[in-house]
Structure formats: structure tokens, C-alpha cells
Design a protein around this ligand. Sequence first.
Ligand code: HPA
Ligand code: MG
Length: 187
Amino acid sequence: MSVTKPFPESVLISESCLQNRIRELGTQIFTDYENQELVLLGVLRGSVLFFADLARAIFKAQHESQTREVTLRFEFVQLVSYHDSTQPSTVQLIRGGSDYLKQRHVLIVEDIVDTGRTLNFLCEHLQTLNPKTVKVCTLLDKPSQRQVSVAVDYIGFEIPDTFVVGYGLDYAQQYRNLPYIAVLESI
Ligand code: HPA
Ligand code: MG
């Protein structure tokens, strides 16, 4: 069966632009958590490329500082949203979010915040695990789509209300490996 595959139309955020901004975020996060232990909590699957580059950017900031350090640990969660046209989508945790987060500083790493529902659910769930602090870092923010208010501490880029793919973000599980963010021609 052949499926018509929409074509990424145009590059919205280039590879070099992504990498420069991630370098800045890494420096800022390193400064904010210096000499502490931090759990980077990646939200599968969309955040994986951003997560990997951000973790390295935090290390590079440490390497440049010479004297200070942030001890990083990696954890992951996976959530699913169920859509029903009559009701707001409901979110469920299907993997991760272990007891390990208890009394630790946690930084959620997201690919995109749009309605805020997934993030709101995750933040509420994490509170039940008694972390020391919870902050949020997202690569992309689509504020025009917000339905519930959520606090986002670090934002890579604010984008317009358009469907994007690449750098972890998918359309029907495709395009995640583009090294840049692109807009789809038609979906
Ligand atoms: N692209 C991919 N996944 C998404 C988007 C998007 O623009 N918004 C929310 N999830
Ligand atoms: Mg996400």
C-alpha cells in the first residue's frame, strides 16, 4: 500500500540555529544548577535528539568553567494522549517516573509545549514522587495553542501556529531524524 508522504516544505529553524541556541541553554542550565545533582527527565519520543544535544551542551559549559560541575543523571518517561472529539484529550503515563526522583532536582526536557495538557499532567504526577524541585525545558513553544497554563522555565524557540517536524518531532512517526525543524507542505 502506498501512502502519500507529505514533504517538509521549508526549514523553519536551521541546524546551526538549533545548535547555537542549545549551546546557550546548556550554559544557562549549567549556571543555574552548578555544584548540584540534576536529573534530566526526557519525554519520549520527541525529545531524544534535543535531550542528547542539551546534555552535551551542559557538559561543554562545565568543561569551559573548569572549576564547577553539574552531576547529571538521565531518566525518561513516556506518555500517551487519548483524543476524543467530544472531550479534551486525556493523558496517561505508560513508562518511567520512578521513585528515583524523590528529593532530587528534576528538569523535564520536552520537544514542544502546545496545549500544555501533557506537561501539566506530568508535573502533577511528578509532585506525587516528592522531587526537590521540578523545572521545564522545552525546545519549542507554541503559545497560541495553550489550553492550560503551565510554567516553562527554559524555552529554545517560540514558533507560530504551524505543524512542524524534524529534530525529534514527527508526523506519523516520520521525519524525526531531520537535523533541523521544518514545516510540512500539507497534512
Ligand atoms: N509537530 C509535531 N508534533 C507536535 C506538534 C507539531 O507541530 N505539535 C504538537 N505535537
Ligand atoms: Mg513532547
